[in-house]
Design a protein around this ligand. Sequence first.
Ligand code: GRF
Length: 200
Amino acid sequence: MNIAVFVSGNGTNLEAIIDAVSRDEIKAKIALVVSDNKDAYALERAKKAGIDTFILSSKGFKKREDYDKEIIKELEKKNIQLIVLAGFMRLMSGYFVKKYKHKIMNIHPALLPSFKGTHSIKDAFEYGVKKTGVTVHFVDEELDHGSIILQESVDVDENDTLDTLEEKIHKVEHKLYPEAIKLFTENKLKIEDRKVKIKD
Ligand code: GRF
C-alpha cells in the first residue's frame, strides 16, 4: 500500500511513521510527503529518508478545491491509497474528502470531541482538565469530527506545565499514529455508522 503523509511543520509524527515503516511494523511505503510550507522541517526528515516530496503553496489559489485538485494529480501519479495528515495546517475541501472517503486520517492532540481546533493542548491545560489525550480519526467535511479510530488518555498532573504536558502528548502520538496506520494497512478497520470497529 502506498501512503502519502501531509505536513506543514516540524514532522515528529512523520518521523515516527518513517521509523515504524523501517522497522517493518507498518508494511507499506511512504510514497510521498506533501507540504503547503516549503520551510517545514518535516521536509528535511522526508529527504533524509529518501522519500519524494511535493510542495505546493496555497498562495494564488482562489478555491480550496482548486488547490486540492493539484495535489490529487500527484497522489494519482503515485497510486496513493491512504492519506495521513500529520500536522497539516489546512482544511481539505469537500471534493477531496469525498474522493478519499475513509482513506484520510488525522491526529489530534486532545480527546475529541473536546478541545477541537489548533491550540488544543493549551486549551485543555488552561481549562484545568485532569485527563486529556490523543485521538486518531478519519477526516470528514467538518473540522476534527470524523469517525474515531484510536484514542489514548494522558493524565494531567498537578506539577505538569504546558511544556511537560506537550511532551507527554507527543510521546503518545508517536505510538498511536503508527498503530492506527498499521491497522488500516492490514485492513482491520471496519466502519459502521460513525463507529470504527477493529477486527482481530
Ligand atoms: C501534533 O501535535 C498533531 O497532533 C497536530 O499537529 C502536531 C504536529 O506535530 N495535528 P509534528 O509536526 O508531527 O511534530
